[in-house]
Ligand binder design. Structure first.
Ligand SMILES: Cc1cc2nc3c(=O)[nH]c(=O)nc-3n(C[C@H](O)[C@H](O)[C@H](O)COP(=O)(O)O)c2cc1C
Length: 228
């Protein structure tokens, strides 16, 4: 009997180690501590036209993290609340807001909460290399200071729009992504929208909820040099 219990324990420990997110350096955060982001700058200093004209996909970055002000600004541009009624920076069909945004950096995986402009820490540890492996080993994903992951919960939009939901959430991800890309330019940062990845692998690596479907990865960092 003792032998059987021991064997079961060994099997359990081995199974936990095989998940890829429970190693000694990467672990799920049970308490999900919250981080209040600095208030975003809602005025800025560069014109919209200048920023649109300067945007290029940048895939090589210096080895330097984003400061909290930049992180805050990028999240605000992507999905931040911009009205007292809770409407957001990017348009949403029926104001149903199916998008959920995650940030992956060298310290962990964070979930953005637009209400109150906060982050919740979901995973502790650096998953950028594993995320890159889920995206055809794209170097930009592994070397970005932060990778913004735009996901969508289709059921939120489908409740009102039925079969149009898939189309609507993809369009909404595009709106949010463009806001993020332009905000990156305005902050002298580089970014690239990445659509080439394995959906199931991204979900598994980041331990995303089953109904948070990844639509876009957007690596962001301090540019090393401009791509052509
Ligand atoms: C839907 C979509 C998916 C993309 N996926 C990738 C990608 O997986 N990897 C990548 O390096 N660039 C990706 N890009 C960026 C394009 O390669 C880039 O926008 C294009 O070369 C034009 O260059 P520009 O963004 O500098 O204007 C994607 C762009 C879009 C719109």
């Amino acid at each position: 009997m003792r032998r059987l219990i021991l064997l079961l324990l060994v099997l359990l420990v081995t199974a936990c180690g095989a998940t890829g997110t429970e190693s000694s350096t990467v672990r799920a955060v049970q308490s999900r501590p919250e981080i209040n982001l600095p208030a975003p700058d809602e005025i800025g200093s560069r014109s919209l036209e200048e920023v649109i004209g300067a945007r290029r996909s940048i895939r090589e970055y210096a080895d330097r993290p984003l400061d909290p002000t930049a992180l805050s600004q990028l999240l605000w541009a992507t999905q931040g609340e911009t009205s007292a009624s809770g409407k957001r920076a990017a348009p949403s069909a029926g104001a149903l807001y199916p998008l959920e945004v995650y940030v992956v950096d060298r310290t962990g995986v964070y979930h953005y909460v637009p209400e109150g402009h906060r982050l919740k820490r979901m995973v502790e540890g650096d998953l950028r290399s594993e995320l890159s492996a889920a995206a055809l080993d794209q170097v930009a994903v592994a070397e970005a200071a932060a990778v913004f992951v735009i996901t969508a919960v289709e059921a939120r939009t489908a409740a009102k729009y039925g079969d149009r939901a898939g189309r609507y959430m993809t369009l909404e991800a595009g709106h949010a992504a463009q806001n993020l890309l332009l905000q990156a330019v305005a902050l002298d940062l580089g970014a690239v929208p990445v659509g080439a990845f394995d959906d199931a692998d991204v979900q598994r690596v980041l331990s995303l909820p089953a109904d948070h479907e990844p639509l876009y990865l957007i690596p962001v960092g301090h540019p090393q040099r401009e791509d052509g």
